[in-house]
Write a protein that binds this ligand. Structure first.
Ligand code: NAD
Length: 314
């Protein structure tokens, strides 16, 4: 299988690429900017293409030249960045999705796998939110996720493109950027584990769904591999675990007693976080393609500590 990953230089894109390479697939990474320090464990195993999702010809050219079987469409401006620069976010997250789907249709791509988000839901939803529920997000990022889910379903139903999407919780793991309003969940662990103090910009009682990056990658590949006849829809909720920010801090302190964590809520970030669900009902993903998270909060903290071990000699 040959895969093109948009946003392939990003946090989740690189991890998806590593897993695809590990299982013998060919991988092309498309991104507007790759990490200056290189692609880490990926080395030269993947081909890289510089391109802007907002520019249709860049996307057309990448798909035409590389003719992937599957596009993993992960490139985006995340929630906090999108609120700061909504016009760019519209071009990247809305136009960019159309560009990816239309280029895929034109050049015979078989599957498009998309990373939607908990942010596609708005305030006032039940806890947990069922897979099928009104999506009335209050952020542009959330609007772009709903738009891409519906556009993908249109391409699937009317134009025969095999579009599949997961609504990811906030994804935790080393190397995550700060562009999402949910980034506090990673930094609450990452900073103390590295011996740094961390002042979280959210309230202690903030509760959103979280997922460790290895499970997020596994979900994307599992959905990709699922037989079409098992799937009754294009878009699936997946749930990991849903601790409060205070519970994350407690889990870190249990393993790193010297952790220095304080809370100073930022009203703008808090408003975004308050608009998101507390947890998602992932019954359909479990039933139809065998989704099951494998890493809980304590396991996540352990993995951060294990990742440190070679550097610190721990
Ligand atoms: N990280 C999370 O917690 C989370 C949660 C839910 C959904 N998602 C979704 O998963 C996907 C990947 O997220 P991530 O955490 O890896 O984010 P990331 O910011 O690390 O990666 C996104 C990548 O997209 C690239 N990009 C931005 N604008 C572009 C453009 N105009 N053209 C081409 N590339 C462009 C960036 O350079 C970056 O490498 C996104 O679609 C995001 O919305 C992430």
């Amino acid at each position: 299988m040959k895969a093109l990953i948009t946003g392939g230089g990003g946090f989740i894109g690189r991890r998806v690429a590593e897993e695809l390479v590990r299982r013998g697939d060919r991988v092309v990474l498309m991104d507007i900017a790759f990490p200056p320090g290189g692609l880490g464990g990926l080395g030269t195993a993947a081909t890289t293409v510089s391109g802007n999702l907002a520019v249709f010809t860049d996307v057309l050219e990448a798909v035409r030249e590389h003719r992937p079987d599957t596009v993993f469409h992960l490139g985006a401006l995340l929630s906090a960045s999108a609120e700061v620069d909504p016009i760019s976010a519209y071009h990247v997250d809305v136009d960019g999705s159309f560009h990816v789907l239309e280029a895929s249709r034109l050049f015979g791509v078989r599957k498009v796998i998309y990373t939607s988000s908990i942010a596609s839901f708005g305030p006032g939803v039940p806890d947990p939110v069922p897979n099928e529920w009104d999506q009335k997000p209050t952020t542009l990022y959330g609007v772009s996720k709903v738009f891409t889910e519906r556009l993908g379903e249109y391409f699937h139903g009317k134009l025969g493109l095999d579009f599949r999407a997961v609504r990811l919780p906030s994804v935790l793991g080393a190397g995550r950027g700060a562009g999402g309003a949910s980034a506090y969940s990673t930094y609450l662990i990452d900073e103390p584990v590295h011996g740094h103090a961390y002042e979280a910009y959210c309230e202690e009682r903030t509760r959103i769904p979280l997922l460790y990056v290895d499970d997020a990658v596994r979900a994307l590949l599992q959905l990709h591999d699922a037989p079409q006849e098992r799937l009754t829809r294009c878009t699936y909720n997946i749930q990991g675990f849903s601790p409060t920010a205070a519970e994350i801090a407690a889990a870190v302190r249990a393993k790193v007693p010297s952790a220095r964590i304080t809370f100073r809520p930022d009203p703008k970030m808090q408003a975004i976080l308050n608009s998101w669900p507390r947890s998602l009902d992932d019954t359909e993903a479990r039933r139809e393609w065998g989704w099951k998270p494998s890493i809980d909060l304590a396991g996540t903290v352990d993995r951060y500590l294990a990742a440190l071990a070679p550097a610190s000699g721990r």
